[in-house]
Design a protein around this ligand. Sequence first.
Ligand code: NCD
Length: 304
Amino acid sequence: MRHLMSPMDFSVEELERLFDLAASIEQNPAKYAHACEGRILATCFYEPSTRTRLSFESAMTKLGGQVIGFSDAGSSSASKGESVSDTIRVISCYADICAMRHPKEGAPMVAAEKSLIPVINAGDGGHQHPTQTLTDLLTIRSLKGKLGGFTIGLCGDLKFGRTVHSLIKALVRYPDIRFIFISPEELKIPDYITDMLKSKNIAYEEVIRLEQVMPQLDLLYMTRVQKERFFNEEDYIRLKDFYILDKAKMELAGKDMLVLHPLPRVNEISVELDDDPRAAYFRQAKYGVYVRMALILTLLEITV
Ligand code: NCD
């Protein structure tokens, strides 16, 4: 039995197969509409989410399966003191696969150890968010035609943003990628990531001003300042509007540069950009459903 804890759990070849399956689902959804009939997905969300939880639910529903679950810790037995290990033992009796989000780093791994069904890490604290990474990779592959051979700017909260940490880990396996990290000093990318890039001889740059690097970028991955992971409100207020991508800044970018964002957006991308053909973040949300459909089929070992 297989779980998904980190984007590294799949080899590059396995990811190719997963993305081919997602592309096939996009082209011919009717073929997959009954693939999960009689199967149940449990969504166990101990932390708020709109996109991730609903995209999992949408994915399972589009495959003909059913969904059960909870969307906040307060409405689960965690509020009575039940451990994640016990909860998953019980969920294993009710469902065939589980997507779990938890504010504590490593909680889905603890669950996976005791689980009798595949567990998908749907985000653990500031650590990893592998299904967002699968979404990001599928979006890049679909809209750019390839994974590799580009300069990507990652902008915003690079310290607490788990989507950024997962995406970088996954991208280093593809050829010829240059990273530009754009953040205020206080929200810099963690050392363990830059150490990893150095050890692999992968080119990266760290800058504070977005304007200065816009013309070099093929992709710009914007992120929200992660309010819930700040220790004090004052710092959050000072940093929350550090970057606002607007029309004036987009004029500095190439005509094929794409803007990605895992969403939710707060102020970091002005709504005036939503109609710009380079704004890819809502298309990205759509790819999130196809890739989760492909992931559910793969982990349940269902072939259509
Ligand atoms: C991200 C997350 O939860 O880390 N959202 C998502 O799943 N699409 C990004 C964020 O909350 O900023």
